[in-house]
Write a protein that binds this ligand. Sequence first.
Ligand code: 13P
Ligand code: SF4
Length: 303
Amino acid sequence: MQEEIIQQIQDLKKQRNAVILVHNYQRQEVQSIADFTGDSLELSRKAAQTNADVIVFCGVHFMAETASILSPNKKVLLPDLQSGCPMADMITAEQLIQFKKDNPGATVVTYINSSAAVKAETDICCTSSNAINVVKSVQNDKIIFCPDRNLGSYAQKVLNKKLILWNGFCPTHMKMLPEYVALQKEVHPNAIFLVHPECCPETVALADEVLSTTGILNYVAKSDKQEFIIGTENEITFKLQREYPNKKFYPVTDLAVCPNMKKNSLDKVLNVLKEMNNEIKVPKEIADKAIVPIQRMLEVKPS
Ligand code: 13P
Ligand code: SF4
């Protein structure tokens, strides 16, 4: 049955000249049909480069919006329109406009986990893998960082620079409490702790490495260590355990599941390819503004 659905997806994909981009948190079976799997930065780059006519984006709403902004002439389809990101919804364009008025002269750095309308009010975007380099690239002592206060706190700490933080957060990563990490470390004293910067500062402070989702996957690929505590959404832990069956991976907590990322399924991918519905299209007047901070981000050199 699953093989049949996968075959139908492959056939329709060819017919439509579609590419399937999949975030690292998507269900295993959805990752299995991907043309490309990655973190937010990698997926943005792919969306900008592809020659396909259609992008099926298996991720959350802001990721599909970013793809539509970068590839305005392509049809971007989101298999489940309800797959939003609660952190992205924690700031609106109106709130950011007011925050800028309250902090005149500040440069606005916005995490890619934000709506297109918020990006349109932004100077430069960042993702979890380039936030430090992006903030470093800003030639202004006064910087607003939104919406993720945890990623902002991490950048503040690394760069020893005060940022004006918006009070947003990821509900899934906030479940990875420092006491759970301490418990895992006690039980697995030889394990390396890898964390995503969306976790709270107290949890991040316990980490051996702070990395994006792909950063965590790449770190393990290169490491000769045998045991890892994984501080991000649990799909990464499962994926690592499948890829490295001789190593051991421990989630900080079984509660670390992003319900929005799990809404996409093979059936829904097949359905959007059949119907060509669930298109994510950013209005031109917003897209024309929002592309500027995204492109500025893509030009920041990795260190
Ligand atoms: P990455 O860019 O590290 O994949 O993170 C995206 C995200 O939503 C993490 O919660
Ligand atoms: Fe948003 Fe958190 Fe889910 Fe990432 S894990 S998509 S930040 S809710």
